[in-house]
Structure formats: C-alpha cells, structure tokens
Design a binder for this molecule. Sequence first.
Ligand code: FAQ
Length: 311
Amino acid sequence: MTTEELEKKFQERIDAEEKIEAKDWMPADYRKTLIRQISQHAHSEVVGMLPEGNWVTRAPNLKRKAILLAKIQDEAGHGLYLYSAAETLGVERTDLIDDLNSGKAKYSSIFNYPALTWADMGAVGWLVDGAAIMNQVALCRTSYGPYARAMVRICKEESFHQRQGYDILLTLSKGNDAQKRMCQDAINRWWWPSLMMFGPPDANSPHSAQSLKWKIKRVSNDELRQRFVDMTIPQCNILGMTLPDPKLVWNQDRGHHDFGEIDWVEFNNVLKGNGPCNKERLEARLNAHNEGAWVREAAMVHAEKRARKIA
Ligand code: FAQ
C-alpha cells in the first residue's frame, strides 16, 4: 500500500471509533503528536506533586495529612502510567525525563504558581483537579488505546482528588472570618490560572484541528473551558464564595455563562519560563531526580538479579 492509502485507511479506522494500538501503522505525525501530548501530560503529573508536597508537613491534622499524601502519591502513579503509555510509541522514558529536567519539555502552566496557604490545597484539588478531570474525561475516548486506558484509571482517582479539595474549602468556608478570607483568597488566585490549563483559544491553538481530526483530542480547548466554568459556578455558590470575574454572568441565549477575557500575555510568559515559580519547580525536580539516583540504581540491580534468576 502507498502512504496515501495507509493514511486513508487509518483515518477510516479513526472515524469508525476504532482504537489504534501500539503495533498498528500510524502516520509519523500522529505518533509525534501523541508523544508530545502524553509526555507533557506525564511531566505535569510529576511537577504537579511539588506545590502540594510543600504542604504535607503543614497539614492541619493527621487525617488531612494522610489524605494529601495519598493524593500526591496518586499523581506520581499517573505520571508512571503516562510515561508507560508514551513508551509504547517507541520513546525512552529516560529521554523524556531528561527533557523535563533540562527545561526543554513543557508541563502544565498551572504548576508554576505558588501554594501560599492551606486553603491552596483545597483550591488546587477543587479547581486544578477539576479542570484536569474535565479535560481527561474526554481523553478516555482518545483514539490511542494505551492513552485512553490510562486515562480511565486516572480519572477515577482525580475525582477523589477533586472531592478532597472541595472538602477542604467547604470546611474553611464554614470556619471563622480568617478561614473564610483564606478560602476566598485561594479561589481568587487559582481561578484564572485554572482556566488557562485548557490551553490557548481554539483560534490560536496550532495543534487542535489535526488532533481533533485524529480524535487524539475529543473536545476543543474553548469548549472544555466553557464546560468547566458552567460546572464550577454552582459549586462555588454552595461554598458561599465568589469567583474573581465581574463579567461572569448567565447568558440565556447561549445556555452558558459568559466570562471575562483571560490574560494570555501572562499565560505565554509562564510558558516561556517566566511564571512565579518556574525556576523553583525545575530546581526542586532536579534535586529530587539527583537525590533519587541511588533508588533507581538499586531498583535496576534488583530487576537484573530477578531477571537472571528467572532465566
Ligand atoms: N500549559 O495547540 P495547543 C493535572 C502548549 S494534569 C503549558 O492547544 P494541544 C493533574 C501546548 O503544549 C494537567 N503548555 O496544544 C494534576 C502547545 O505547545 P507545543 C495537564 C500549554 O496539545 C492535578 C502550545 O501550547 N493535563 O493537572 C498549555 O493541542 C493536580 C499550543 O497549544 C494534560 O496535559 C498549558 N496549560 O492542547 C496533577 C492533559 N496549554 O507542544 C497534580 C492532556 C497549551 O507545541 C495536581 N493534554 N500549551 O510546544 C491536553 O489535553 C492538551 O495537550 C492541552 C493543549 C489541552 C493541554
């Protein structure tokens, strides 16, 4: 078959909702797009542990500490499933991690913002995991089988994460005035960066059209963002808090909430490495990588010994 015929057949399989598996023929750009997206996603899960990791020793009680630890551990697991999914496409995990550590690879903009108070653990769980789920539920139907299957498990865990975050804020929202202020302040700081997680507007998203055609992405950046806004407002009302956007209003004609303009200059700055915590995150990641070298070495020796025993 010619490449054109192979590409036509490939698109027919996608259109018929068939899953593409690791050993199937796929266009080189499909493979490249998946490696880019899945590895960026994996990196986000790994770097995403850092803002929350800062609060493990300062959680207000043992129960909250245990829950936060479990959540952070889940994020590490998500990174592992996703690196494994990327490896099925023929890349080496160590190369992907080297790209993260050298600052070459992207990870989600959201993790370059600081977590200043305990309420931030609530806002991260509620808003950041909430935005992640909105995006990832759609990805459970992504066309690449290993990625889709990883997403199913990840989504189950993320919904627990979102609830734990909401529960933190719900408790604070019923607390004293200082706790209520802390809750509102965290929501104010995390709202706009959470909306940026969905990526640039569709009109400025270079990858969207092709990724939607290949069903790597199932829903566009703007549509997911809108769904997230619509979902979050009633939840915020239950907290008795407000979202920091005076333009947020129900639009009867559209059947959706209108909202204000996102600061895309800020978004692009964060992507260029100039966000409030980009340098700090990369430094912490590098330290963790270097300090963990002995664990990787020990694991390799153990694996080799086991392999020799089996052989
Ligand atoms: N941050 O053409 P598009 C989580 C880049 S997981 C940084 O629209 P695409 C769990 C984009 O990569 C959060 N970069 O790109 C958790 C591209 O750059 P490139 C991560 C961004 O790929 C919770 C360029 O802009 N989730 O939070 C961002 O079609 C709590 C052009 O953009 C995923 O990764 C951004 N926000 O759509 C963990 C989900 N947005 O590669 C711990 C999977 C865009 O050309 C605690 N990924 N860029 O240099 C996706 O769905 C997509 O990749 C999008 C972007 C929607 C993020």
